[in-house]
Each structure stands twice: as C-alpha cells, then as structure tokens.
Design a binder for this molecule. Structure first.
Ligand code: PHE
Length: 340
C-alpha cells in the first residue's frame, strides 16, 4: 500500500503544477479531496491493513492528505485574490481626471481686458494700493467737502488732520496722476488693480474689489474717440451683438462724464436683483479728463487733452461668467472655481 500512497502523492504533486484556474483547482479537489476521491479511498483501504503496519502507513497517508489539503487551500486563496484583482481593474472605466490649477475668474477677466486694450495700443501701469489723499482725491479735483472723503466711504490708514491722509485707494484713478507725472504725452495706458471701499457687502458690491483704469492723453482728443474705444472693447469682450449705452454722469475728475452700461445678462434686460430692475449693468465710468487733473499731473493744458475710463472688473466678470452674486467670486469654493 505504501507504493500506492507514493504513486498518488506523485500524481498530486504533478497535478498541482498544472493548476492555473479556479475550475482546474476544483478538478483537483474532485479527484483527490472529496469523499470519493483518491485519498479518501486510501483511507478506506487503510482499514484492511494489518495492525502492525497501520501506524507507518497511516502516518504516510496522513501527511499526504494534509499536504494535498494545504496546497489546495494555498492555491485557492492565491487564485481568488488574483481573480478579484483582475475584476477590480475595469479598463472600460473612464480615467481619473487630473485637475490642473487655473487662473481665478477675476484674474482671467483682468488678462482679457488687458489683452484687448493692448491690442488697441495701450500700455500697462500699476500704482500703490496704500495711497495718500493727494493722489486719491485732491489731484483728482475732489472738493474738500466731497462725501467720498468721509470715513463712511473710505478706509483710512493714518489720519494727518486732513493734511494728506494715508488711505486704501478707493479707485484706480490716482494711478492716472502717477502716470501723468512720470510720462510725457502722448500717453495711452491702462492701470489694473485692487481698490477698497467701506461698503456694505451684497450680491453687487464688495468692500475690496478690482478696477481697470484707462487714460489717453494727446492733442485734440475727442469724446467720440472715447466712445469708440469703449464700444470696441465691449464688442471684443461680449460679442458683436452685445447691447450697451452711455448715460450722462458726474465725476470730479472728468468733464463731461458718462456711465457705460451693458444689457443685463441675467434677465436679458427685463429687470432683476443684479441690475436693480433696470435691465442694465453699469460696468464703467468715463469722460474727458478735467483740466484741473491734467494740471495736477503736470500736463500742459494748452496743448493736451484726454479721456479716462474706469471699469469695475468684478462686474465685468459677472457678466462674462453668468454668476449672479459677486460674493461667489471670493468664497473660493473649488466646485465653483473648477468651472473656469
Ligand atoms: N474712478 C471712477 C470710479 O471709481 C471711475 C472713473 C474712472 C470714472 C475714470 C471716470 C473716469 O467710479
């Protein structure tokens, strides 16, 4: 019987080397390990063996049975694991998207605005965000009692008894003065940057926002040129068939002055909270530079004149992106930012 055990043991070993799949393993089990399998048959036979030989043969048989069982279990776990591994690798699944950082929508709009004005021959300049009241107000022809000088509207950094206070600039117009002081006409320049106003925050306004200032100084500059520049900009930014309008307005530093409006994107002109039910969104102020401002900038008013404009970048960004609340731009929710 020892011979038989040896033979089955060889068979077991040989079969084991051939197993590559779970169904082949099942075949192995049916051949050797089940009740009617080869090993169990040997155990039946063991009953007929004489008592003196039983211990030796029994030991051999036991170790064969144990070996076969062990190998079966090892292969089973191995094959099952590799099965689940191939199952979890579903090559038909769409790949995981890698998100790459992009410019913030406000940054993108600044870049767009700068690119459009550059294509019209404008240079780019910048000025300080912490200004003095000379550049922010006096040089821009604000009267001493102008309400914008009030604490209610302006964040003051340092008060000098009304003598050139230090403040956070309330608009980018002071950069006009700095550019005039630094350059000789003809000047054609845009000045993007961050500005601050002590304002209640709501869906249309923030206390900290961005503007792009524009300044053109040359001989014989006309209001018609200003209008044309604004219209070319609006068409490039919002498309050929965008609707816009000029409204008479007032700024201390321009005369005459106008407000430049774009038809509200949200309500298509019917009226909503963003356009305060007017159907129009005011995106820029503009006008012919006041002679007092030219003088403060050191420009010869007998020879030169100019126009200026100032865009509210967040407003332009709302129109461009279709966002209906300015605050979304600065909550920095990745789900929102990912869309741009
Ligand atoms: N500085 C003005 C504002 O902040 C905008 C403006 C700029 C108007 C230049 C006219 C000319 O509202």
């Amino acid at each position: 019987m020892l011979e038989e055990i040896k033979q089955i043991s060889l068979n077991v070993k040989e079969e084991l080397t051939k197993i590559n799949t779970l169904s082949e393993l099942e075949g192995f089990r049916n051949k050797f390990l089940v009740k009617k399998g080869a090993i169990q048959k040997l155990f039946e036979q063991l009953k007929t063996v004489s008592a003196d030989k039983k211990p030796i043969i029994g030991k051999e048989l036991n170790s064969l049975s144990k070996f076969a069982e062990q190998q079966y279990n090892i292969l089973k776990t191995k094959l099952e694991n590799s099965k689940s591994a191939t199952q979890s690798l579903d090559i038909t699944l769409p790949g995981r998207h890698q998100y790459c950082g992009t410019y913030h929508p406000v940054r993108q709009v600044v870049e767009d605005i700068v690119a459009i004005f550059k294509s019209m021959g404008f240079d780019v300049a910048e000025g300080p965000q912490i200004e003095d009241s000379f550049h922010n107000f006096d040089a821009l022809n604000f009267q001493a009692d102008h309400p914008a000088r009030d604490m209610q509207d302006t964040f003051f950094v340092k008060s000098n008894q009304n003598d050139n206070d230090i403040l956070l600039r309330t608009h980018t117009s002071p950069v006009q003065i700095r550019v005039m002081q630094a350059q000789k006409p003809p000047i054609r320049c845009i000045m993007p940057g961050r500005v601050y106003r002590n304002e209640a925050i709501n869906s249309r306004s923030l206390a900290e926002f961005h503007q792009v200032e524009g300044l053109y100084i040359n001989k014989n500059v006309t209001f018609a040129e200003l209008k044309a520049t604004m219209i070319v900009f609006a068409k490039k930014m919002y498309g050929e068939d965008s609707k816009f309008r000029f409204r008479p307005s007032f700024f201390p530093f321009t005369e005459p002055s106008a407000e430049f409006d774009i038809s509200c994107y949200l309500c298509k002109g019917h009226g909503c909270k963003i356009c305060k039910n007017t159907g129009w969104l005011e995106i820029a102020g503009c006008g012919m530079v006041h002679p007092n401002v030219l003088k403060a900038g050191g420009i010869d008013v007998e020879k030169y004149m100019g126009y200026a404009f100032g865009f509210g970048i967040e407003r332009v960004a709302l129109l461009k992106t279709g966002i209906d609340d300015i605050r979304y731009l600065y909550e920095n929710d990745v789900r929102m930012l990912k869309q741009f």
